[in-house]
Design a protein around this ligand. Structure first.
Ligand code: C5P
Length: 255
């Protein structure tokens, strides 16, 4: 699908993005926070560099993003002391793939620093940024396109997410059920999460480093991001056993 000619949304209320440029075609960038230590994943180093299906986790993630022509470029945010990326992913095309060693102590800090880097490289307030976890290596070009198609004309933007299927329990510190929570209307947030640069940057500054996704930052400004149906496969590799599951899924022919 080709991009619509302008960033103007017909009939929309006042633009949520300061500096929103009517008549200027916005670009889409991907921003991949890749600066975590992944301690919940157990020994073996940062999870984004562990191998699944013959490649580092982040290589699968970047291959899916690279297969989406509507993304002008992908910026990978690395830890300042990262010594593995170039070694783990040799021969990457630097044309649409940028790296910056500007990661912070939290995911939100890494994303903020990445947004500043995108601005330094010419991104504008009305441009879209799709923030996607390096550790969600089962993302597909079709899912990324689904999110772009759904959000492109939206005034706020949105995120991939899934309605909760399981019954939801609140736990006590010693691992017992404290309460059963109402699961109706509850969704589990995934990534990518797609917002305009000029809205996301002040939202993250307002929300602080505690937020674990971009949508929460946008919500803190009183906006309601769009929920776009993701997929069960698009889980974030978090626990030691997740690597074997990702390996099996990545080897399914034609996925
Ligand atoms: O730790 P968590 O699973 O929430 O990390 C999600 C993504 O954010 C991962 O891709 C990780 O590398 C990244 N991250 C980051 N900077 C941090 C912490 C996490 O870029 N300080």
């Amino acid at each position: 699908m080709s991009l619509p000619p302008t960033g103007h949304v017909e009939g929309a209320a006042a633009p949520a993005v300061p500096g929103y440029a009517i008549g200027v075609e916005p670009r889409c960038y991907a921003l991949v926070p890749c600066a975590g230590s992944g301690q919940r994943a157990g020994p073996g180093g940062p999870k984004q560099y562990r191998h699944v299906a013959g490649q580092p986790v982040v290589a699968h993630t970047l291959a899916a993003l690279a297969a989406v022509p509507r993304l002008a470029a992908t910026l990978v945010v690395l830890s300042p002391d990262d010594g593995q990326f170039e070694q783990a992913l040799p021969g990457l095309d630097g044309n649409r793939l940028w790296t910056a060693r500007c990661g912070g102590a939290t995911r939100a800090a890494s994303v903020c620093a990445g947004l500043d880097e995108l601005i330094a490289r010419g991104a504008q307030p009305h441009d879209w940024v799709l923030v996607h976890d390096a550790a969600r290596c089962l993302i597909t070009p079709a899912l990324i396109d689904r999110l772009i198609d759904a959000c492109w004309k939206d005034e706020i933007g949105g995120l991939l997410a899934l309605p909760l299927a399981d019954t939801l329990k609140d736990a006590t510190p010693d691992g017992r059920v404290a309460a059963t929570l109402d699961r109706s209307g509850k969704w589990a947030a995934q990534t990518p999460q797609m917002f305009r640069l000029g809205l996301l940057r002040p939202a993250l500054a307002h929300a602080g480093e505690g937020v674990t996704d971009e949508a929460s930052a946008i919500e803190s400004l009183g906006h309601a991001p769009l929920l776009v149906r993701g997929a069960l496969d698009n889980f974030k590799l978090t626990w030691p056993e997740d690597f074997a599951l990702a390996e099996r899924l990545l080897q399914v022919p034609g996925r």
